[in-house]
Ligand binder design. Structure first.
Ligand SMILES: *[C@@H]1O[C@H](CO)[C@@H](O)[C@H](O)[C@H]1NC(C)=O
Ligand SMILES: *[C@@H]1O[C@H](CO)[C@@H](O)[C@H](O)[C@H]1NC(C)=O
Ligand SMILES: *[C@@H]1O[C@H](CO)[C@@H](O)[C@H](O)[C@H]1NC(C)=O
Ligand SMILES: *[C@@H]1O[C@H](CO)[C@@H](O)[C@H](O)[C@H]1NC(C)=O
Ligand SMILES: *[C@@H]1O[C@H](CO)[C@@H](O)[C@H](O)[C@H]1NC(C)=O
Ligand SMILES: *[C@@H]1O[C@H](CO)[C@@H](O)[C@H](O)[C@H]1NC(C)=O
Length: 595
C-alpha cells in the first residue's frame, strides 16, 4: 500500500507536469486557435457527471461550458492537437474527510476512446459496478478506482487493456473471483485489488507478470495456495497477500526475488517451515508472517538480511532458537513456541523502536535496555516477569505504549515513574498494590489515552480527575478500590470505556457521569453502589454495553434507550431496581426510592 501510494504520487506528479505543459502549449497556441474539446468526449464526460447525484468535492461544478479542454474542467486533460480527452483524474483531497461523491460510474466513460489515464479515487460513495464499457479503453495505461464503493465483480475484459501499467481497485466492495484474464496484462507494474471481498484462488495465469513491481491482494477472502511462480516476476519489490484465507506452504520461489523489499503474508493459514533460502532476499526490509501456522526454527540465514528493519513473526508456532538479526528496528516474536528465558542481549543493546516479546516465557527481572531513547512500544505481556519495575521506565523517554499484563510483577504503583509522552498503559493481571493517585493526579500526562490496571491488588479511593485529560479507556476493575466515584469523572470528556467492576466502591453514581457523551462501555458490576441510576445517563447516546449487576441500586431504571433494552441481567442482584427491562415499578414510591 505504501508503495502504491508512492507510485500514485509519482504518477500524479507526472500527470500534474503534463497538465502544466498542456496548458502552456494551449496558451502558446491560443493566438492561432484555442483547443476545443471533441464534442463526443464532452458528451461522454457529461454522461459521467449526470450519474453523480451528489458531489461535495465540487470538482464537477467546474464542468460547464463547451470547452472541456480549456483547463476549466477540473481533472480533465486533453491532447491539444486533437481535442481528445486523454486523462481524467478525480481525487479527493488527501485529508478532506467530509468530501465524497454519491452515484454510479456511467458506461459513457467507455466512449472516451483516447483515454490513457483514468483515476477516480477516494470518492467513498460511488457505488454500482465497474462498467463493462471500460474494457474498450485500450489506450489506458493507468486505471485507478480506489476507495469508492464499487460493487459486483471485476470485468474479465479488463484483461484486454494490454498497455495497462497500473491497475488499482482497492478499497471497494468487489466480489467474486479474480478473472484469470488479468494474467494477459503483460505490461503491469502495479496491481492492487486490496480491501475488497474477492474470493477463490490467485489465478495461476499471474505467472506472466514479468514486469510487475507491486502486488497487493491483501484484505480479501482469497483461498488456495500462493502460486510458486511468483518468483518469475523478478522485478517485484512489494508483495502483500495478508489477511486472506491462503493455505499451503511458504512459496520457495519467492526467495529468488532479489529486489523484494516488502513481504507480508500475515493472517492466513500458511503451514510448514520457512526455507533457509530466505537469506537470499538481500533487498528485504520488512518481513511480516504473523498469524499463520508456521513451525520450526526461525532460519539462521535471516541474520544475513542486512536491510531487514521490520520483522513480525508473531502468532505462529516457531520454536527456539532465535538468530541475531543485526539491522532490526522493530521486532515482534510474540505468541510462538519460544522459551527465551531472558531478553537476548542483542535486543537489549540495540537501538529499537518496537519490541514485542509477549508470551515468550521470559522471567526474572524486566530487561534494562541500554539504548532506551528510541523505543516507542514494548509488549512483554504474558510472561513470567517478577521484578525490576522501579528502574524499568528510566530514560524510556520516547515510550508511547507499554504492555506488561499477565506477569507476576509485585510492586507499589508509587514506585512507577511513567514517561511523559505515554499514551497506552496495560498492566492488568499482576500483583500490583498501592493507590491509583500515584498514576492519576494533576501531573498525569495529557497524552495518556488508555490505562488498564485491572486484576491487581490496588486499594485506596478513585482520585479526582483533573481537567484536560485525554483518557479514552479506564479499566480499574477487579481490585480492592474503595470510596465513591468522584463527580469530576465528567472531566474525562474523551472517555469511551469505563470499567470499575469487582471493587469495593460505595456511594452513588454521580449525575455528572451522564456528561460523558462518548462513552460506549460502562461496567460498575459487583460493587456496593447505592441510590438510583441517574436519568442523566440518558445523555450517553452511543452506549453499547452497560452492567450495573450486583450493587445496592434502587429505583426506576432510566426509561429510554439504550437502558430499557439492555438485558435484565445487567440490572440483576440489586436492592430494588424497577422499570424496563425489569418489571414495572410499584407506584411512585418504589420509582423514587434510592433518590
Ligand atoms: C504466458 O506466457 C507464455 C509464454 O511466455 C504463453 O505461452 C502463455 O500464453 C502466457 N499466458 C498468458 C495467460 O498470457
Ligand atoms: C526490471 O527492472 C529493470 C530496472 O528498472 C529494467 O531494466 C528491466 O527491464 C525490468 N525487467 C522487466 C522484465 O520488466
Ligand atoms: C505484528 O502483526 C500483528 C498483526 O498480524 C499486529 O497486530 C502487530 O501489531 C504487529 N507488530 C508490530 C510490532 O507491528
Ligand atoms: C515447542 O518447542 C519445543 C522445544 O523448543 C519442541 O520440543 C516442541 O516440539 C515444540 N512444539 C511445537 C508444537 O512445535
Ligand atoms: C539515564 O540517562 C542519563 C543521561 O543520559 C544517564 O546519566 C543515566 O545513567 C541514565 N540512567 C540509567 C538508569 O540508564
Ligand atoms: C496538584 O495536587 C496537589 C495535591 O492535591 C496540590 O498540592 C498541588 O497544588 C496541585 N498542583 C497543581 C499544579 O495544581
Amino acid at each position: 500500500m505504501q508503495i502504491l501510494r508512492w507510485v500514485s504520487k509519482v504518477f500524479l506528479i507526472c500527470f500534474a507536469v503534463s497538465v502544466f505543459s498542456v496548458s502552456v502549449e494551449a496558451e502558446e497556441g491560443s493566438q492561432s486557435q484555442a483547443p476545443i474539446c471533441f464534442e463526443a468526449d464532452r458528451v461522454s464526460l457529461l454522461g459521467f457527471k449526470s450519474k453523480i447525484l451528489k458531489d461535495t468535492t465540487e470538482i464537477l461544478a467546474s464542468w460547464v461550458g463547451r470547452d472541456c479542454c480549456g483547463g476549466d474542467w477540473e481533472g480533465v486533460v486533453c491532447n491539444p492537437a486533437t481535442g481528445r480527452v486523454t486523462g481524467l483524474a478525480l481525487q479527493r483531497p488527501d485529508k478532506e474527510n467530509q468530501m465524497y461523491m454519491i452515484g454510479t460510474l456511467s458506461a459513457s466513460l467507455g466512449n472516451l476512446h483516447f483515454l490513457e489515464v483514468l483515476v477516480i479515487s477516494g470518492m467513498k460513495h460511488i457505488s454500482g459496478p465497474i462498467p463493462e464499457s471500460l474494457t474498450n479503453l485500450n489506450r489506458l495505461t493507468q486505471l485507478i478506482l480506489e476507495d469508492n464503493s464499487l460493487e459486483g465483480s471485476i470485468p474479465p475484459g479488463l484483461g484486454h487493456l494490454s498497455l495497462l501499467k497500473t491497475l488499482s481497485l482497492n478499497g471497494n466492495r468487489l466480489r467474486g473471483q479474480i478473472p484469470p484474464t488479468l494474467g494477459n496484462l503483460r505490461n503491469l507494474l502495479v496491481i492492487t485489488l486490496a480491501r475488497n471481498f474477492l474470493s477463490g484462488p490467485i489465478p495461476p495465469t499471474f505467472k506472466n507478470f514479468t514486469t510487475l513491481q507491486s502486488f497487493d491482494l491483501s484484505f480479501n477472502l482469497l483461498s488456495g495456495f500462493i502460486p510458486d511462480t511468483l518468483g518469475k516476476s523478478q522485478n517485484l519489490t512489494y508483495i502483500d497477500l495478508s489477511n486472506n484465507h491462503l493455505s499451503g506452504t511458504f512459496p520457495i520461489s519467492i526467495c529468488s526475488l532479489a529486489n523484494l523489499q516488502d513481504l507480508s503474508l500475515s493472517h492466513n493459514q500458511l503451514t510448514g517451515t520457512i526455507p533457509d533460502q530466505i537469506g537470499s532476499l538481500k533487498s528485504l526490509t520488512s518481513l511480516q508472517l504473523s498469524d499463520n501456522k508456521f513451525i520450526g526454527h526461525i532460519p539462521a540465514s535471516i541474520s544475513r538480511l542486512h536491510n531487514l528493519w521490520n520483522l513480525n513473526l508473531s502468532r505462529n508456532g516457531f520454536s527456539d532458537t532465535l538468530p541475531v538479526i543485526p539491522s532490526l528496528l522493530s521486532v515482534d516474536l510474540s505468541y510462538n513456541n519460544l522459551s527465551l528465558g531472558t531478553v537476548p542481549d542483542w535486543i537489549k543493546n540495540k537501538q529499537l523502536s518496537n519490541v514485542n516479546l509477549a508470551g515468550c516465557k521470559l522471567g526474572g527481572n524486566l530487561p534494562k535496555f541500554t539504548k532506551p531513547d528510541s523505543l516507542s512500544s514494548i509488549d512483554l505481556s504474558n510472561n513470567l516477569f517478577t521484578d525490576g519495575i522501579s528502574s524499568f521506565f528510566t530514560n524510556l523517554s520516547t515510550l508511547q505504549s507499554i504492555k506488561l499484563s499477565n506477569n507476576q510483577l509485585k510492586f507499589d504503583l508509587s514506585e512507577v515513574q511513567l514517561p511523559d509522552g505515554i499514551t497506552f498503559i496495560d498492566l492488568h493481571s499482576n500483583q500490583i498494590t498501592g493507590s491509583l493517585s500515584s498514576i492519576i493526579n494533576n501531573r498525569t500526562s495529557n497524552f495518556l489515552e488508555a490505562l488498564d490496571v485491572s486484576g491487581n491488588h490496588i486499594s485506596g479511593g478513585i482520585p479526582e480527575f483533573p481537567e484536560g485529560l485525554s483518557l479514552k479507556v479506564l479499566n480499574i476493575g477487579s481490585n480492592k478500590i474503595t470510596g465513591h466515584i468522584p463527580s469530576s469523572i465528567s472531566n474525562l470528556v474523551e472517555l469511551e470505556m469505563l470499567d470499575i467492576q469487582r471493587n469495593l466502591i460505595t456511594g452513588t453514581i454521580p449525575t455528572t457521569l451522564g456528561l460523558l457523551s462518548k462513552l460506549q462501555w460502562l461496567d460498575v458490576c459487583v460493587n456496593s453502589i447505592t441510590g438510583k441510576i441517574p436519568t442523566s445517563l440518558l445523555g450517553i447516546k452511543g452506549l453499547k454495553h452497560a452492567n450495573f449487576r450486583a450493587n445496592r441500586l434502587c429505583g426506576e431504571i432510566p426509561q429510554g434507550r439504550p437502558y430499557n433494552i439492555f438485558p435484565g441481567s445487567a440490572y440483576a442482584h440489586n436492592l430494588c431496581l424497577c422499570g424496563k427491562p425489569l418489571p414495572p415499578c410499584r407506584g411512585k414510591n418504589q420509582a423514587k426510592m434510592g433518590q
